[in-house]
Structure formats: C-alpha cells, structure tokens
Design a protein around this ligand. Structure first.
Ligand code: CU
Ligand code: CU
Ligand code: CU
Ligand code: CU
Length: 579
C-alpha cells in the first residue's frame, strides 16, 4: 500500500515503490521518495521542483475518514471540563494522505443542540469551494442529531496542516486535529515523528468565555497543551495534575517534527534545549532549509523541522514559550513543555530533564523573518512601476455598539455580520445578479488568474494572525513597526514567502498577494478566536460565475433546509457574527 509505506511508518520510513511511467515523454530522473536518501523525489514524475499550484500526482489514491462529534468530559491537564471530541479524542485523529490523493471526511454531528462544520485549514480546495467548511460563507452548519455531511477534496499540496471547527468557538473547545500529506522534502531525515500540536487551554469552555471576550477582548488563558496534554499546578492548592507529552529520539539520527499552532489567543516560541532545528516548510510551502534555535510560530501557522539527536544522550525540555508581547490576554500558567528522551542506555526513562539553561527567549511578537522563508519552488512577483492595491483594508474595532460589545468592521459603522442560515454561496445560488449587503464585507475579485494585491492594516493595537482560505498568499511586505507609507514602500518581488497565515502587527502593516485561480467565496480573517468570532473577517468573492459545478448549489441548499428545520426545532439563535 502506497499510503502505509509512505507515511504509515512514522518513526522509520520505508522506501515507496511506484512503477515508473513507461516510456516517459520527457526525460525525468527515475526515482522514488526516500526521506533519508532521496527526499526531494516523489514518484519519478512529480518532485520537490513541481509547481504544485499547477499540477500534482493523480494515481487514484483515496482516503476516507468518519468523524463522530460529541460533547464529553475530559481532563487534558488533569482538570475536568466539557470538550468537543472527535471519535472520543482531543486532538482528533490525524488525516493522512499522499500528495494528490482525494480525501473524504464524513462528519456526523452528534451534538443535541448545536450545529458544526469542519474546515481544512490551508487546504487549497482547488475548484471545491463548497467543501471549505466555513459556515455562513460556504455552507449552513451541519445540524445536530446525528446529521452528517461528507467533505471531499484533493490533496494538491503536501506537508503539514490541521482541521478545525468553523462554527462559533468550537475549534477551541477541542474540535481540531492534524493533517499530514506525504510528499517530497527539502532536506533529508531518518524518522518522521509526526505532528506536535501547540494549544492554549482554558478550564471553562471557550463558548462560555466568549461572552466576556465580546466585552473585554478576551479571557486569560489557564494553560497550554502539547498534543492535547500538559501538567497544571493549581495556584491556590499547589496541587499538580496532568502529565507532559513525551517523545523519543534515536541517538545520532534525524527526526522530522511537524509543529502546528492551534491556539485561540497565544503565539509561541519553540525550542528544544541544546538542539538546533532545521526548518524545511512553512505552512504547506516547502522552503530552502534554514537553522534556528528558537522558532516563532503564530496562530494557525505550521513549521516542519528536522532535529538531529547530536547531544550527549539524556532527557531534554521542548519548550513552547508564549510571545507575551502579542498583546492579547495573558497566559496565567506558562509552563508549556514536552519531554524528549534519547533512546540510549543509561538514560532515565521517567525522570524530568535537567533545568538546563534555556535558549535566550525574548517576548517579541513576531513572525520568523521574511528572509528565512524562501520557498523552494520560486515564484517571483511581476510588479512594474507603482503598485496599486486591488484592495485596501483597515480593520477597525468598535467598542461602543451595542452595550458595549467589541465588533469589527472595515466600513465605518457597519459591523461584520453574516448568517448561518443564509451563507454567501446560498445567496449566490439565487436568481439574478445577487448583491451583498455591506455588513457581509464581500469584496469582489474578477478576472481569471488576475493577481490581487491587498494592503491590510488595523486601527486597533494588538497583533493579528491573518489567514486566507483557498490560497497560499505571497507576503509582499510586512512590518511590525510602521504603518504603510507609499513613499518608502518597496515590494518584495523576488520569490517572496508564501503561506496561509501571516502576522499583522497593530502598529505595522501587511501586504499580501494572491492569484485569482480558484473561484470561490474565501474568508480572510484574524485567527484569534475572539477576533474572528466578533467579525474581524471578510470574504473575497473570486470569479463568482465559475464557483458552482453541477449539483453543488443543490447540496448547499439541502443542508441549509435541514439546518433551518433543526435550528427552529431547537430554538437556536445566532449570537455571534456568523464566522
Ligand atoms: Cu483556513
Ligand atoms: Cu484555521
Ligand atoms: Cu486579531
Ligand atoms: Cu477560517
């Protein structure tokens, strides 16, 4: 089996055997992927040099998953609380696929009185906008009472990502899990240790905390988790509960670790005591490898790193320090660590690592420098003369309306609002030339393959991990300190970083570009839970005439009919901005 040979062997990767195409039309180096000896190859036709926006393998691989979503009590750090679990787990099961596979995920909503949806973060959904899982935009919520919906998409990219709920704050009550898509790599490694999900965690549900966040901007965070576990020390009783996540290094061997920041409010700086990391991918984009001791990882971002076990055998702390300058709510318990144990004789398999001097962390709120994030598949931007922006967006925070609830807007006095029961795609399926009210913040993008240049700023302080659905974007410019100034602006045109989340600093600016090559209604939003939920979001409506394939709009309508009946029956009223 192709899947099991490629990625089933996390820990020891076996060579993948695929028949070479015969005879090849273009002379290609026949090779098969081997993470240690042939990491840049894939199957003899596609490899690390392939422009994966244009082409990807198509060998008929298909992966199917079924997610049962339930409300249960769990204690990830030893403190009981209600969580949303997938198949009884937090985080949910890993979605594995090979590059080019089709993936089908059937989501069964077993909640009594809430809708749900699953969004596959970073997955491009090329020509499958209806499968994006964004309620109020691409679908109505999936009704409860064991109603199901099957999402189908093609893994046109490869690397590491995650999926999460996109209804209310469900993503931060446990409804999330990893995505691993096997493909070539820009550096060699022996063992694939899989994903390491970094989360912040509260002892009350996010839904409960939201009412306070809507007024005050966010709640203090009780703890952090690594792959769904951590210790917790109660500040009043001093009683310690929970346990650390642990993983094992083979001495002198190299290990790939796939880091994912799934937090509601916290950006992290990650380091493994005594070791250097070689970074080979940023989000779903393979990059030219660079080495670092400390890795900044913003909310929603992913980094694939290779760490060689080159230290004197022992136990080591892996630390996820909070970027406290990010200006969101404080983390009250910041001891977020995992343990790495060398599989060597004489290494104590149960003791805590020594309190070695950690690397020199600072508390800056920042992405990794753009210069580090050089995509392996280089794509330059063609900008001549003065760049005119297709969209100029300023997110304003309105504290006063109503009562006081913080809301976000991009047009003065018109707060973002979209409706679960009337998503953008359902409106679009209606007759005539559909127009959208200002409050939905729909920005039209017309022109197949047209480049879109977008300037994003905010009048509020604070820092915002800006995420775009349906695309990787180029980072044309990013500053933590200065507002956009046309007189000093120099766009980054030579192979700029590409990814799907980048930090917008409240005092700075962000310029992104994307290519209108994927028709759809695609959200752009801040990935901080409290911000997206209160409307720091907008929709690019890209080449609207090309969005629906036959049957698509019927499926959207059918689920909406079921949702409306369910919501009426259960008396469900939308209290947030819809995304
Ligand atoms: Cu997304
Ligand atoms: Cu996301
Ligand atoms: Cu934000
Ligand atoms: Cu989203």
């Amino acid at each position: 089996m192709y899947l099991s040979s490629a990625i089933g062997a996390l820990g020891l990767v076996a060579p993948v055997v695929l028949a070479a195409p015969s005879p090849p039309l273009v002379e290609k180096r026949a090779c098969t992927f081997d993470s240690l000896t042939n990491p840049t190859c894939w199957d003899g036709t596609f490899d690390l040099n392939t422009n994966y926006y244009d082409s990807w393998p198509s060998v008929g691989g298909h992966q199917e998953y079924t997610f049962h979503i339930t409300n249960i009590t769990m204690a990830p750090d030893g403190i009981n609380r209600t969580v949303l679990a997938i198949n009884g787990q937090v985080p949910g099961p890993t979605i594995f696929a090979n590059w080019g596979d089709t993936v089908a995920v059937t989501v069964i909503n077993e909640l009594e009185d809430a809708g749900t949806s699953i969004h596959f973060h970073g997955v491009r959904q090329k020509d499958t906008n209806t499968q994006d899982g964004a309620v109020s935009i691409t679908q109505c919520p999936i009704p409860g009472g064991k109603t199901s919906m099957t999402y189908k998409w093609t893994a046109t990219q490869y690397g590491t990502s995650w999926y999460h709920g996109h209804y209310g704050l469900q993503a931060w009550d446990g409804l999330f899990g990893p995505i691993v898509i096997a493909g070539p790599a820009s550096s060699a490694y022996k063992n694939d240790l899989g994903t390491l999900m970094l989360s912040d965690w509260t002892h009350k549900t996010a839904e409960y905390l939201e009412s306070d966040a809507a007024v005050n901007g966010g709640e203090n965070i009780d703890n952090g988790l690594i792959n769904g576990t951590n210790i917790f020390i109660d500040p009043t009783t001093n009683i310690q509960t929970g346990k650390r996540f642990e993983f094992v290094f083979q001495p002198n061997e190299s290990h790939r670790i796939r880091l994912i920041n799934t937090a509601m409010d916290q950006h992290f700086k990650v380091a493994l005591d005594g070791h250097e990391m070689e970074v080979i991918a940023a989000d779903f984009v393979p990059i030219k490898p660079f080495k670092t001791k400390i890795l900044n990882i913003g909310i929603g971002q992913r980094y694939d790193v290779i760490i060689t076990a080159d230290q004197t055998p022992g136990n080591f702390w892996l630390r996820a320090n909070v970027q406290t300058n990010c200006g969101q709510r404080a983390a009250t318990f910041t001891d977020i660590r995992a343990i790495v144990r060398y599989n060597s004789p004489g290494v104590n398999g149960t003791a805590d690592p020594p309190e070695a001097t950690p690397p020199a962390f600072d508390v800056d709120c920042t992405d990794m420098p753009m210069a580090n994030l050089e995509p392996f598949v280089a794509i330059n931007l063609n900008i001549t003369g003065n760049l005119t922006f297709d969209q100029t967006i300023t997110f304003n925070q309105d504290f006063n309306n109503p009562n006081p609830v913080i809301n976000w807007e991009i047009k003065d006095g018109i707060h973002f609002l979209s409706h679960w029961e009337n998503p953008t795609l359902l409106q679009l399926a209606g007759p005539g030339n559909v127009t959208f009210p200002d409050e939905q913040q729909v920005l039209e993008v017309n022109g197949v393959d047209k480049m879109q240049f977008v300037l994003i700023q905010t009048d509020s302080g604070g820092d915002h991990p800006i995420h775009l659905h349906g695309h990787d974007f180029w980072i044309v410019d990013q500053s933590n300190t200065t507002k956009f100034d046309p007189s000093t602006f120099v766009p980054n045109t030579i192979n700029p970083p590409r990814r799907d989340v980048a930090l917008l600093n409240g005092s700075g600016h962000l310029v992104i570009a994307f290519k209108a090559d994927n028709p759809g209604a695609w959200l752009l939003h801040c990935h901080i839970a409290w911000h997206v939920n209160r409307g720091m979001a907008l929709t690019f409506l890209e080449n609207r005439a090309d969005i629906f394939k036959p049957g698509d709009s019927d499926a959207v309508g059918k689920n909406c009919d079921a949702w409306k009946a369910f919501a009426k029956d259960k008396g469900i009223i939308q209290t947030d901005t819809g995304v």
